[in-house]
Design a binder for this molecule. Structure first.
Ligand SMILES: [Zn+2]
Ligand SMILES: [Zn+2]
Length: 351
């Protein structure tokens, strides 16, 4: 009997991977080597009914691999053409695809993220910044999407707790997801770049277990946030995870700290590979679809009054037409919907 499985965790309910793994087939008969032409395994003597299943396997695998490759790199093929309103000069603009693992689009999102948060961080002194990591225990057998949502909620609750809120007044956090190194389940953890409360200070100490320094935060009013107290609070919220870390951001390391927090955006997890683990690529993409994995809070929150870099008004750089210099554009879709807006014969705007 063929067995239908999802190769990773029990998140099969998320996506139907349609992988048929035949049972009782000698390893030599399963074509998995790239150098081996498809079908060469048929030369070996057929074993009972399995020969039929074996012949199906490369086809199904190829389909999963193909889907993974499409998600892996859209190669910048999502574009839209804009036309300048004065003279109709075309300009092609690349759009990001919806895939979270796309190696072409992820760097664009990463750049946007840095452009958005770097100015906020640059205003602060490094002595006001700490890096916090909150990890989740890797337990196989949970649905990845639910795990991510649950972890984010726990983090939001943690940041509202009095002891934490008294010591940290804002920052950003990112949720990083990668396949566990042990090959079972997924590793979900959160990186925070946090600004300590005005009037609070941090005290660093050398850790025996970690390669880097750690620190505790002391706030006015006798509040203290230590690695131990954070671990206890995180453990209570998650029920199973106690491994946390607080480390000071050193002078001159501010940018690295931001890159570190945003690193998950720069490229997909190393252990994902559309050739080696196509099912994991599909699962990762399905599980993270539409989820917010970057969040500013407190003084760094968008709507917070402190956040507005409002002393300098926000300037949206206007894209100018390289031929005529005009800065108004109409998209190809709008044109298609409202063709009367445009006189194609004279290429002159009617409105
Ligand atoms: Zn893409
Ligand atoms: Zn123009």
């Amino acid at each position: 009997m063929p067995k239908k499985i999802a190769a990773v965790g029990t998140a099969a309910n998320l996506i139907n991977l349609d992988i048929i793994i035949p049972q009782n087939i000698p390893a030599s008969q399963v074509p998995n080597s790239k150098s081996e032409p498809i079908g060469s395994h048929i030369a070996s003597p057929p074993v009972l009914d399995n020969s039929r299943i074996t012949s199906h396997r490369p086809q199904i695998q190829a389909d999963v691999i193909e889907r993974a490759h499409i998600l892996w790199d859209c190669a910048g093929t999502n574009t839209i053409t804009l036309y300048c309103l004065d003279n109709g000069h075309p300009r092609t603009v690349q759009l990001q695809c919806a895939s979270r693992v796309c190696i072409t689009c992820r760097p664009i999102a990463h750049k946007k993220l840095l452009a958005r948060w770097m100015p906020r961080m640059q205003q602060l002194d490094a002595s006001k910044l700490v890096l916090i990591t909150l990890t989740r225990k890797t337990t196989p057998g949970y649905a990845l999407r639910e795990r991510i949502i649950e972890t984010r909620k726990a983090c939001a609750k943690l940041l509202r707790q009095q002891a934490v809120a008294a010591c940290l007044q804002g920052g950003i956090y990112t949720v990083e997801v990668k396949p566990s190194l042990r090959g079972e389940g997924w590793n979900v953890h959160i990186h925070l770049l946090a600004e300590i409360t005005t009037g609070a200070y941090r005290r660093a100490w050398a850790s025996k277990s970690a390669k880097h320094d750690r620190c505790d935060i002391y706030a006015p009013g006798g509040h203290k946030l230590s690695v131990q107290s954070l671990a206890i609070a995180w453990g209570k919220l998650t029920g199973d995870s106690y491994i946390v870390d607080i480390s000071p951001v050193r002078h001159g390391d501010k940018n690295q700290a931001m890159y570190y927090v945003a690193k998950y955006m720069a490229k997909p997890p190393q252990s994902l590979d559309p050739d080696k683990a196509p099912d994991a690529v599909l699962l990762y993409n399905a599980a993270t679809r539409g989820l917010r994995l970057v969040q500013g809070w407190g003084t760094w929150h968008d709507t917070h009054t402190h956040y507005r870099f409002a002393k300098e008004p926000k300037r949206n750089p206007r894209v100018a037409c390289e031929y005529c210099g005009c800065t108004s554009w109409i998209s190809e879709y709008t044109l298609r919907r409202y063709p009367y807006l445009w006189d194609y014969t004279t290429r002159v705007r009617r409105i």
